[in-house]
Design a protein around this ligand. Structure first.
Ligand SMILES: Cc1cc2nc3c(=O)[nH]c(=O)nc-3n(C[C@H](O)[C@H](O)[C@H](O)COP(=O)(O)OP(=O)(O)OC[C@H]3O[C@@H](n4cnc5c(N)ncnc54)[C@H](O)[C@@H]3O)c2cc1C
Ligand code: SF4
Length: 557
């Protein structure tokens, strides 16, 4: 007889890692299937190697460019996929995928923002789309628990659309950030510049694995002491300690299999190295493979009873994709700081720096678009003076000019809410398969008219703010980056109370198959302008609590 686990969780990133950990803490025996290898965050990522110690100064070998997505570099390479083995088809889409224990949480930018009450009820505010079946009050206790578990630094601001977290001490502004903040306070009181909110332990957090931050500034290379949050560094050690976790790396989930009663009974997976099929049995199956991978597994799990995707009675599976458009970015020099001494300003965790919260369509109404956007950014000198490429000249005078401006650089970039539309969907490509023989996704996603109208406004406001602050513009991007670039995929298996219009219940449970759950951002109804991971973690923890309670009641026996 094969072993039947209480729960089989697929994917060990933010969503799957949290679901597995919370279930283990509640005494549930969990098998965690992860497609990638288990890497050692302390030793496998060349963490403190200097750019000049690599043959291409930290960039990937030019010959390897086709193999990797745009965020891959010499430090973080071990955990990202080889694109040639993992194709996808359809319209242009930047799909960034990490496959290793910890998933993309190993590399994320750490910006940790709560959704606001308005975000959960956006449709009621402007009439577009559907409200979430849950409210901010339903999620708030989970935000609080997650923050106390992982550590989030920042400042209390009492903003209506950006609820405060339980903050650890913030990282101070650099000089250009402080100058920009004070100028913005004067010129645009409705656009406060606040400290970035980052999932970093800037001080010890009781019960949290890992060490406090030592301010090396290399978070994107994977924090070697787990001071920045990752599922591998913070959650899974907690889960392992319970004795309830069985981790199976190199297990590529293909499909969820149902029994003769229509219940989910197992996950069929392929060993990544041998490519041999295996089956993992569970009383409950939780998908947390990342928004689009979970949806791919569900679509690939079609059977005689569910020809259009497992549990897809509503027909919404794959539809209502949403994310954020990255429309503009701008870099400039603060003239009053010219000639100042430079410091190691980038020796701080990612996600700190500055944040300009959404200011559109809160009190006023824009005539050309609904919803809004925020700006993330930072300033000061960095390990490599990238801005020097835009400084004209050569020789000694050029060097002097670069030095003079080193401490004055400041940049901001925008993230705007993409509306969820049924026309933005993914499906299974009928022909193409990946290197393991698993059918791949075809993308039918493009920006809509609201998204593009908002993008135009983002570019205008970034200029307006830099101009008002007297910042000399050095470089500006005014065209949106392609869909997917934000790496904030959401929707495609959305939750709702009406099974005709939604795939999941308010507890991330399939409407049709009661022991099947999706713990990641596939469950989202709309993206908001905020980065999603804190909300993914909180909803995954909430779903896991529900599963454990239902299990105690005997619901999945
Ligand atoms: C460079 C970068 C910067 C980012 N910055 C931010 C930020 O500042 N703030 C923010 O909120 N978000 C940010 N993100 C996004 C953030 O990483 C994701 O929102 C988050 O990791 C999603 O969690 P997840 O568990 O759904 O997916 P992931 O973390 O990707 O985890 C999914 C896991 O499932 C595994 N898996 C996939 N398919 C299968 C399969 N078939 N079988 C078994 N396992 C499978 C993968 O290997 C992976 O380990 C960033 C991402 C990147 C890459
Ligand atoms: S700056 Fe802090 S959080 Fe980032 S890698 Fe260094 S120690 Fe880790």
């Amino acid at each position: 007889m094969p072993q039947v686990y209480d729960a089989v969780v697929v994917g060990s990133g933010a969503a799957g890692g949290m679901a597995a950990t919370e279930l283990c803490l509640k005494g549930v025996k969990v098998l965690l299937l992860e497609a990638g290898p288990k890497l050692d965050i302390a030793t496998d990522f060349h963490h403190h190697v200097k750019p000049y110690e690599f043959p291409f100064r930290g960039r990937i070998r030019p010959r390897e460019q086709d193999k990797y997505n745009y965020v891959v570099n010499a430090w973080n390479k071990p955990s990202f996929i080889n694109e040639l083995d993992h194709p996808y088809t359809g319209k242009k889409f930047a799909w960034v995928r990490a496959r290793a224990v910890g998933g993309k949480s190993l590399h994320w930018g750490l910006v940790a923002l709560r959704f606001s009450p308005r975000d959960f009820k956006a449709a009621s505010h402007d009439g577009y789309g559907d409200d979430w079946p849950i409210s901010y009050e339903d999620v708030e206790p989970y935000y609080s628990r997650v923050e106390r578990m992982i550590g989030v630094c920042g400042t209390t601001e009492h903003l209506e659309n950006n609820p405060d977290s339980h903050f650890l001490k913030p990282v101070p502004f650099t000089c250009p950030e402080a100058v920009f903040e004070s100028s913005m306070r004067h010129h645009f009181p409705d656009r406060p510049v606040i400290h970035g909110r980052s999932a970093t332990a800037t001080e010890p957090v009781p019960g949290r694995p890992g060490l406090p931050c030592h301010y090396c500034g290399h978070c994107g290379r994977v924090c070697n002491v787990a001071a920045s949050f990752s599922s591998a560094g913070v959650l899974l050690p907690i889960a392992e300690k319970t004795g309830n976790l069985t981790l199976r790396p190199n297990a590529v989930a293909w499909k969820v299999v149902t029994d003769q009663n229509g219940k989910a009974k197992s996950v069929l997976f392929l060993d990544r190295q041998t490519r041999q099929p295996e089956e993992a049995f569970g009383k409950v199956i939780v998908l947390g493979a990342g928004c689009l991978e979970s949806t791919r597994i569900l679509l690939n799990s079609s059977n005689e009873h569910w020809p259009n995707g497992l549990g897809n009675a509503s027909g919404v599976l794959g539809k209502y994709f949403c994310e954020q458009i990255m429309a503009g970015s701008i870099t400039g020099l603060v003239p009053t700081l010219k000639g100042r001494k430079s410091f190691a300003d980038d020796a701080r965790p990612d996600g700190t720096g500055i944040y300009i919260p959404r200011f559109r369509n809160l009190k006023e109404k824009q005539s050309t678009f609904i919803r809004g956007y925020g700006f993330e950014g930072g300033g000061g000198s960095s390990e490599f003076p990238g801005f020097a490429r835009k400084i004209p000249g050569f020789g000694a005078r050029f060097k002097d000019e670069v030095k003079k401006n080193y401490a004055t650089v400041i940049s901001i970039g925008s993230f705007g809410e993409i509306l969820p539309r049924a026309e933005n969907y993914v499906e299974i490509d009928p022909v193409v398969r990946d290197a393991w023989g698993v059918p791949v996704l075809k993308f039918n996603i493009e920006f809509g008219s609201n998204d593009l109208a908002m993008a135009k406004d983002m570019v205008e406001t970034q200029r307006e703010m830099f101009h008002a602050a007297g910042i000399e513009v050095l470089n500006e991007r005014t065209e949106p980056l392609p869909p997917g670039w934000s790496i904030h995929e959401e929707g495609t298996a959305r939750m709702g109370d009406d099974p005709k219009k939604s795939f999941l219940t308010r507890f991330n449970q399939s409407h049709e198959i009661k022991n099947l759950f999706v713990a990641d951002a596939a469950a989202f109804l709309n993206a908001s302008e905020k980065n999603p991971t804190l909300t993914i973690l909180s909803l995954s923890m909430r779903a896991a609590d529900y599963i454990a309670d239902e299990m105690k009641r005997g619901a999945f026996a």
